[in-house]
Design a protein around this ligand. Structure first.
Ligand code: ZN
Length: 190
């Protein structure tokens, strides 16, 4: 497995990792509910370039991924509001990591220096995520790392607007819902 993303994209992938559980109102969808789903997500995220080694318990991989996700979420939540974080929470994960550096070329002759992580254990499979999360905590731009302001919505996003005033994961979803609530409150003062 190789890390191949630039810093900002890797940070966005970490927010994408948090968003693999979607809570909107009553509804909850978990995109890491199985080991296969975790492998699929890692491939699509750009954090892990190659499929992971087989032979490990899929349930174990899913369990570890969900555990890491909630730990990272807590660390990011705290960091965002300036509360000191317990670094050992993530270091416990990082300690199991093992990688080598490789010069890698693609078909077009582009060269990249990549980190190839071992993938023998669930934690090693998830290492690219843990490393990206550590980097986000240390160097992430917390002016643009946001959680949707809808309290019933669990989604995070990277605010790329010029004014850095984006409030909603999706205007069409949470933004409009907010508008409707505001409209009702104005229409029916209690
Ligand atoms: Zn939202």
């Amino acid at each position: 497995m190789a890390a191949r993303l630039g810093m900002t994209s890797a940070h966005e992938a970490v927010l994408g990792f948090l968003n693999t559980i979607v809570r909107q109102g009553e509804k909850t969808v978990d995109l890491l509910a199985t080991g296969e789903a975790v492998v699929r997500w890692l491939e699509q995220s750009g954090l892990a370039a190659t499929p992971v080694a087989t032979g490990m318990e899929p349930e174990e991989l899913s369990r570890e991924a969900r555990l890491l996700r909630e730990r990272v979420r807590e660390l990011i939540c705290r960091r965002r509001v300036g509360i000191a974080i317990e670094v050992s929470v993530l270091n416990e994960y990082l300690a199991g990591g093992n990688y080598r550096i490789e010069l890698s070329g693609d078909d077009e002759g582009e060269l990249r220096v990549v980190r190839r992580f071992s993938s023998d254990t669930p934690r090693q499979v998830l290492m690219a995520v843990a490393v990206a999360a550590a980097d986000l905590l240390a160097r992430g731009d917390f002016r643009v790392i946001r959680k949707c302001e809808n309290v019933d919505c669990s989604l995070w996003f990277y605010d790329r607007t010029k004014s850095h005033r984006r409030r909603w994961c999706e205007m069409a979803l949470c933004g409009n819902r907010h508008k409707v609530t505001q409209f009702r409150m104005r229409g029916n003062p209690e």
